[in-house]
Design a protein around this ligand. Structure first.
Ligand code: G3H
Ligand code: ZN
Length: 282
């Protein structure tokens, strides 16, 4: 069924578990995430990023409708989240399209501008019962950006600043920069566990880990044990999907029906989803 992100997060916090959120680019992504969640017997968040909306010609409605329909038809509890939203125009479209949560990403702005823009987004969201996540610090590797060195001073989230940011913006969850980076195809990121613990102590709302595709299972488990509540995974699904497409096409030089290679690719993605869900469940 389609449930709300707020209720999934509340349940996760009560049980001391974490939730995984997976990026949806196509209908097949949504189907694979639902299949993986059903196999794992776990809830999951289907998240559509501003980049994915751009890929669909700037139109949110078709991909949102597909993801929502997949969620409604699934036996697993699935919610719909709009991810890395920078444009307020897209933010305001979230509500009519059935999203129960958004991640408003003002992390490129200065601290003061980030606070101002995010506080406005939170006010807008809370008037509509929408759960709002925001980012402080800089998780690198976002599309169209030069890669960031996660060790550069000023990139990581500062605990005292994070506490002030949460108080000043009223956000429901905070994405933090603790050593992970977006779009990694190897799982070699080392997290700063000491910083995660300090952030956990300093901040009252759930913490979110972005760029989890590049983080080894053991590191994700430690982060969850230390109090990370939402684990965002995108690239790992595409690595599984595209790897399977390559294998199928290489093995069948005359194949033309996309269902013949998209089907196995969707299955490979569902397996990856189930594996991440098992890791996140602890
Ligand atoms: O918001 C989405 C995630 O941070 C996904 O990052 O593609 O590196 O797993 P990833
Ligand atoms: Zn992210």
């Amino acid at each position: 069924p389609l449930v709300s992100t707020g209720e999934l997060v509340a349940q996760a916090c009560v049980t001391g578990r974490a939730l995984a959120a997976f990026n949806v680019i196509s209908l097949e992504h949504a189907e694979a995430i639902a299949a993986g969640a059903e196999a794992a017997g776990a809830p999951a968040i289907l998240q559509v990023s501003e980049n994915a909306v751009r890929f669909h010609g700037g139109r949110l409605a078709p991909i949102a409708a597909a993801a929502a329909a997949v969620a409604r038809a699934s036996t697993a509890p699935l919610s719909l989240h709009l991810d890395h939203v920078e444009s307020t125009e897209l933010l305001y479209a979230a509500h009519p399209e059935g999203f129960s949560s958004v991640m408003f990403d003002a992390s490129k702005l200065s601290y003061e501008e980030n606070v101002r823009a995010t506080a406005d987004a939170v006010r807008w969201g809370h008037e509509r019962d929408i759960w709002v996540e925001a980012e402080l610090g800089k998780v690198g590797g976002k599309e169209g950006e030069a890669p960031l060195d996660a060790h550069t001073p000023g990139v990581r989230t500062d605990p005292a600043e994070a506490a002030a940011y949460v108080a000043d913006t009223g956000v429901d969850a905070l994405a933090v920069a603790v050593g992970s980076s977006h779009a990694m195809t190897e799982r070699t990121a080392a997290l700063d566990h000491e910083l995660i613990s300090r952030l956990r102590d300093a901040v009252s709302v759930p913490l979110v880990l972005h760029g989890s595709s590049g983080v080894p299972d053991a590191e994700i488990r430690r982060a969850v044990a230390a109090g990370m509540v939402k684990i965002n995974v995108g690239t790992a699904l595409n690595t599984a999907f595209t790897g399977a497409v390559r294998d199928e096409l290489a093995a069948n030089a005359t194949m033309v029906d996309p269902r013949k290679y998209v089907g196995p690719a969707r299955d490979a993605m569902a397996e990856t989803v189930a594996r991440f869900l098992a890791v996140v469940a602890g």
